[in-house]
Write a protein that binds this ligand. Structure first.
Ligand SMILES: Nc1ncnc2c1ncn2[C@@H]1O[C@H](COP(=O)(O)OP(=O)(O)O)[C@@H](O)[C@H]1O
Ligand SMILES: [Mg+2]
Ligand SMILES: [Zn+2]
Length: 482
């Protein structure tokens, strides 16, 4: 016998091996013992839960040479042939490809003949919901006058598509997804029989990823054993599944808080070197940044306990930059480059002064205005009060975005020059902003671009980055303080 995948090799051979369907197995066993089997069953439930398996075991129970029993021997010719799929009285019909009336008619003609070899003829109609209306009607006739020694099992993933007339003539069993624990038990049985060493955590990861189906679990195990070259470690399974090691995202976020860009860039490189799907990692980071932002604004705290309110501004920028990188990376082979450059962009957030500090500083506000210096002081005081009010009423994000803008008092209205990436945040709360300033407010979206003396000081690495950004310094500057 050639190579068999685990799902096939470890298909349960008797009821004791069927995992997680105890009620069904027990009911069927009792019905066999008490000679109370129904002539037709519906096995419903998603794929890979054991419907076909249980149907085949039932066929063995009825045809084992030992006699009708809930514990078929598995060794007699009939049992062996049923396992192999060559038993002449077991008919497996795939309704997905044999949907028509002719197929069902041939069953109808067949039911009146005696079994060829066994006691019962067993018909397993897989994907039964795919049958046509005519086919269902033909089937119904057979189910209405059930000839003896025939057993029908309709397996379906979509019970609601089976007509009521059919359902009322069948006993229905709903197969339920196994728990993670049950999946692990099944995987352990396989690994023990195969003599493959494993880490407990590796099985947790596979069980987690298999979405409640035994077949998926078995297939993932196939892959994992090959991938890990026979030693099933959690690390290998994580790599295979693209699950980022626990703690890495958290550490990356802590680095973000500290603006430790070097470590961040390195983490991205290391993950890629180790074979992880870094876009999965990036999405996790993005989700965490986004969550932190939302929670800080609404609840005033970060559930991950990494960021505090004074990081709000940093998070706004990071969220924006990281999201753009995520979109960009979609059409780009070398995702690592894009993610790393996104991290480096954080370097250009200048004067990242915590909002709290801005608000604490009485009088002088590092928000640049186009007013003359002497007027700025006076304006500054109003701005400070206005920003505080905005923060209270519209949240830290909005106030943070505003404090990165240039705000100009034109007498009858306030003009806000704001980076176009932040404009929406502000526009959403325009009413609150207007009432805080006590004036009409106009928002002008700008792309802030700046050439300063500092340009000359840029080192080579930065220049290279600049080139990659088409020479544009993307800066979220608050303007130079003079
Ligand atoms: N309840 C179960 N217990 C143990 N293994 C199972 C179970 N359900 C499914 N499997 C595994 O999945 C494979 C496919 O199961 P199958 O009975 O064909 O699922 P279904 O017919 O519900 O789609 C089996 O060969 C077996 O390896
Ligand atoms: Mg099946
Ligand atoms: Zn037998």
């Amino acid at each position: 016998m050639g190579y068999q995948n685990f799902a096939r090799k470890y298909r349960p051979k008797d009821f004791t091996q069927v995992v997680g369907q105890e009620a069904i197995v027990k009911t069927l066993s009792n019905a066999i013992k008490l000679n109370r089997l129904s002539h037709a069953y519906i096995f419903a439930g998603s794929r890979g839960l054991g419907k076909t398996t249980t149907a085949r075991i039932l066929a063995k129970c009825l045809n084992c040479e030992k006699g009708i029993t809930p514990e078929p021997c598995g060794k007699c010719e009939n049992c062996v042939e049923i396992d192999k799929g060559s038993f002449p009285d077991l008919y497996e019909i795939d309704a997905a490809s044999n949907r028509g009336i002719d197929d069902i008619r041939s069953i109808r003609d067949n039911v009146s003949y005696a079994p060829i070899k066994g006691r019962y003829k067993v018909y397993i109609i897989d994907e039964a919901h795919m049958l046509t209306r005519e086919a269902f009607n033909a089937l119904l006739k057979t189910l209405e006058e059930p000839p003896p020694n025939n057993l029908f099992i309709l397996a379906t993933t979509e019970l609601h598509k089976i007509p009521e007339t059919i359902r009322s003539r069948c006993q229905t069993f709903i197969f339920k997804p196994p728990t993670k624990k049950q999946i692990k038990e099944y995987l352990k049985r396989i690994l023990q029989e195969e003599n493959i060493p494993y880490e407990e955590e590796a099985l947790d990861l596979i069980a987690e990823a298999s979405e409640g189906g035994m077949r998926d679990a078995a297939s993932l195990l196939d892959q994992a054993v090959i991938y890990s070259e026979g030693n099933l470690t959690a690390e290998k399974v994580r790599q295979m599944l693209g699950v980022i090691p626990e703690g890495i995202v958290k550490e990356f976020l802590s680095n973000l808080k500290e603006k430790d860009l070097k470590s961040m860039v390195k983490t991205i490189a290391t993950l890629e070197e180790e074979g992880y799907d870094i876009s999965v990692f990036w999405n996790q980071v993005l989700e965490s940044v986004h969550n932190a932002l939302i929670n800080l604004t609404i609840e005033g705290k970060d559930p991950q306990q990494i960021f505090t309110e004074e990081d709000t501004k940093l998070l706004i920028y990071a969220n924006d930059i990281f999201k753009k990188a995520s979109l960009e990376a979609k059409n780009f082979q070398d995702k690592k480059d894009i993610y790393q450059l996104a991290v480096l962009k954080l370097k250009f957030i200048k004067n990242l002064i915590p909002l709290e500090k801005i608000l604490e500083k009485g009088g002088s506000i590092p928000v640049q205005t186009y007013q003359k210096k002497e007027k700025t002081e006076e304006k500054g005081f109003n701005l400070q009060r206005a920003l505080q009010q905005i923060k209270r009423e519209a949240g830290g994000i909005v106030a943070g975005a505003l404090s990165s803008a240039t705000i100009k008092d034109e007498g009858n209205k306030i003009v806000i020059n704001i980076d176009k990436n932040l404009a929406d945040i502000v526009k959403d709360k325009i009413d609150i902003i207007k009432s805080a300033f006590g004036k009409d407010v106009a928002i002008e979206e700008i792309q802030i671009k700046k050439e300063t003396k500092k340009t000359k000081k840029r080192d080579e690495a930065v220049n290279r980055i600049m080139e990659l950004f088409n020479g544009k310094l993307i800066t979220y500057s608050e303007g130079e303080e003079d």
